[in-house]
Design a protein around this ligand. Structure first.
Ligand SMILES: [Zn+2]
Length: 259
């Protein structure tokens, strides 16, 4: 599974772009970063085929309207799936209508062929070659959903969260995932407003020794033994061979691995 980090920054610190990741050049997870520009730069892609939203905060959805505009102008005549928490369709309509007007929204519906799929806890949806299972997380704004993503062409599963505090859902997702991409908003505890700190990540690493943990959504670069920190623009190919290796800085120069 190919993972490209488009935005690894937390909401307000300006450290990096806001939250967005691209999987296999076709599945966009959250739309906080300037997606149209970054997609072209990262993969030469003009538009994602699938969009997955973790929750409705602006640093995860603020660029959704222009991303839909990008898809509309690509005029590719295939449906665009938008998968997200309960209310994803109403939220997207409200957002797009507010910033571009209702006529634009109608055009988006028609030209992007938008198909909405809601996911809540333990629900599974399929789209293309993807299977996506929802896990309810705990954040300051509900609903916030994490996803276990599997692709029929890949042998490695990826758990991905938006924003979350330590909670039962996060533990479940970490247990199910070969690789877990999660947030690390705070360098030091306490993690406020429904987020994680480096101390929480250290606990996850300890409790899930067979799960590879990747970090994003930070305001200052987190260093946690056993976890790898992503940076804007980097790409990882998640394979069984990679999971069996010791991850070292020398192999992936953009990654931080303190020992
Ligand atoms: Zn956020």
């Amino acid at each position: 599974m190919k993972l490209t980090a488009l935005g690894t920054g937390s909401a307000f610190e300006g450290m990096c772009h806001n939250a967005s990741h691209l999987l296999n050049d076709e599945l966009l997870v959250d739309a906080g970063a300037p997606v149209p520009y970054l997609l072209r730069r990262a993969s030469g892609q003009t538009a994602p085929r699938y969009i997955l939203i973790t929750h409705f905060h602006g640093d995860h959805t603020g660029n959704l309207p222009v991303t839909l505009g990008l898809i509309a102008t690509a005029a590719r005549n295939v449906p665009t799936h938008i998968i997200g928490p309960v209310g994803i369709g109403e939220f997207t309509e409200r957002l797009v209508s507010t910033v571009y007007g209702h006529r634009f929204w109608i055009r988006m519906l028609e030209e992007c062929g938008l198909l909405f799929q809601e996911v809540d806890d333990a629900a599974t949806v399929t789209f293309g070659s993807w299977t996506c299972r929802g896990v309810a997380l705990s954040h300051s704004l509900g609903p916030s959903v994490g996803y276990l993503l599997e692709n029929s062409g890949d042998s490695v599963s990826l758990g991905i969260t938006g924003d979350t505090a330590m909670c039962a859902g996060l533990t479940r997702l970490a247990s199910m995932s070969d690789v877990l991409l999660t947030e690390c908003s705070f360098l030091h505890p306490p993690a406020l407003f429904g987020h994680l700190s480096t101390a929480d990540i250290a606990e996850l690493v300890h409790d899930h020794p067979t799960t590879r943990i990747l970090l994003a959504h930070y305001g200052a670069v987190p260093h946690v033994k056993g976890a790898l920190t992503l940076h804007d623009g980097m790409t990882l190919h998640l394979t069984e061979q990679l999971l069996g290796e010791k991850w070292r800085v020398s192999q992936r120069p953009h990654l931080h691995q303190p020992d």
